[in-house]
Ligand binder design. Structure first.
Ligand code: AMP
Length: 405
């Protein structure tokens, strides 16, 4: 093994996102922002798992049984050994773990210790599909990489600053407190990263900017950020609330749940499945990928047209509401799969918003954006941008902040 570190002397960070049946990873050089290697283990626990490892510009794919998360991470470390890059040579100084739910407790990244592990476990009722596999990933990675610090980076942390008026649901206080019912938000790492990038790209102090960030991917969320501090966000107790998403409904009257239970005889689990996995664009049109949705619209499919209209209407409502929350709007930013790639969604969203100072220049807006790009016309009252998100880099940098490496 060589002792030449990849990247600069600060070394690299291994970022791990451990889901219920998958583990995503990326070896990040935080100084350059480069992904030195990345990959994904899928279908953990199923008879045939799938592994993908990308390094040195080449993709290696394998199919093999992956019984559990421990084996998944062992396979990943084996691939680093076999294909590279050599983790010792890459000088891994920290492992950053994405954790979905940090509850009221975590307002930033923390070094993992027994108390942190316990807290992640205790918060599992708020994110039953995510926190348990996140914690499993942490434990397994600690056992396999015991000599480096492990840092938990919470998807909710950026929204811990929400004012009580934004975080509180108007339900009985005792019930809400006992069951920790409040707005926690999600995608916080992305909203924080993008809002900070905006200040850097514009060369303006973050403290001066009133921003709306639209994270539009398969999941979608909006946030209002004043001076770098989140003051409102569309996801709530869980990532179900807010915008119309690929397969999630976003906002519905809560009475829809009672109605379906009482009158359609659906169980709570069935309604959970309906609103999380069979709703949104998919529920409305049969398609949750925007590329396919546009094709259906072009072919005259009325359900697809309605789906797009509902999506844009909801998004516009949030932009208007957050403008009011902020009082003044300086910047509106699009990010994530749809926000970065879909110029039609961007153009249609701002239709009719010129009175609010929000408009895009058709030429600047055209096409997919792989780097931060201003798309509003010269001199526009609100600067509209596309900024690619990079949650792995954000997690890597936060992990370094904590470890001081
Ligand atoms: P994400 O969850 O951020 O990975 O975003 C995934 C979504 O981005 C997909 O479901 C698509 O709807 C959308 N998307 C990805 N690439 C494109 C593209 N070239 N044009 C339009 N939408 C895209």
């Amino acid at each position: 093994m060589t002792s030449t570190p990849t990247g600069d002397a600060r070394g690299t960070v291994l970022v791990v996102n451990s889901g219920s049946s998958s583990v995503k990873y990326q070896l990040v050089d935080p100084a350059s922002g480069e992904a030195v290697a990345s990959g994904l283990v899928e279908r953990i626990g199923e008879p045939r798992g799938a592994v993908k490892h990308v390094a040195h510009g080449e993709t290696t794919r394998r199919e093999l049984p992956v019984p559990d998360h421990a084996e998944a991470l062992r396979i990943v470390l084996g691939l680093f050994d076999e294909i590279g890059p050599d983790l010792s040579a890459a000088h891994v100084v920290a492992v950053g773990h994405r954790v979905v739910q940090g509850g009221s407790r975590f307002d930033g990244p923390v070094l993992v210790d027994d108390a942190v592990e316990h807290a992640i476990e205790e918060l599992s009722p708020l994110a039953p599909l995510h926190n348990p596999p996140n914690l499993t990933g942490i434990r397994v990675a600690q056992a396999l990489l015991p000599d480096v610090p492990h840092v938990a980076v919470f998807d909710t942390a950026f929204f811990r600053t929400l004012p009580d008026a934004a975080a509180t649901y108007a339900i009985d206080t005792a019930v809400a407190e006992q069951h920790q019912v409040r707005r926690y938000g999600a995608h916080g790492t992305s909203h924080q990263y993008v809002s900070q990038q905006v200040a850097e790209v514009l060369g303006r102090p973050l403290e001066d900017l009133h921003q709306i960030v639209l994270h539009l991917g398969n999941g979608a969320s909006a946030s209002a950020v004043r001076g770098g501090v989140a003051v409102e966000t569309s996801m709530g107790l869980t990532p179900l609330e807010g915008l119309v998403m690929g397969t999630r409904s976003g906002d519905v009257d809560p009475a829809v749940v009672f109605h379906l239970h009482r009158n359609a005889g659906m169980s709570v689990d069935e309604i959970d499945d309906l609103l999380n996995r069979r709703s949104g664009l998919k529920g409305l049109s049969g398609e949750n990928d925007f590329r396919a949705l546009h094709e259906l619209v072009d072919a005259g499919d009325p359900r697809a047209r309605l789906a797009l209209d509902v999506y844009l209407h909801r998004l516009r409502k949030y932009v208007g509401a957050y403008h009011a929350v902020l009082g003044r709007l300086d910047v509106l930013t699009f990010t994530a799969g749809v926000g970065e790639n879909d110029d039609l969604v961007r153009a249609r969203l701002v239709e009719g918003l010129d009175a609010m100072g929000i408009e895009v220049d058709p030429e600047r807006n055209a096409g997919r954006k792989g780097e931060p790009t201003v798309i509003s016309p010269e001199g526009a009252r609100v600067t509209v941008l596309v900024v690619p998100t990079n949650e792995e880099l954000a997690i890597a940098r936060q992990a370094l902040d904590v470890t001081g490496a």
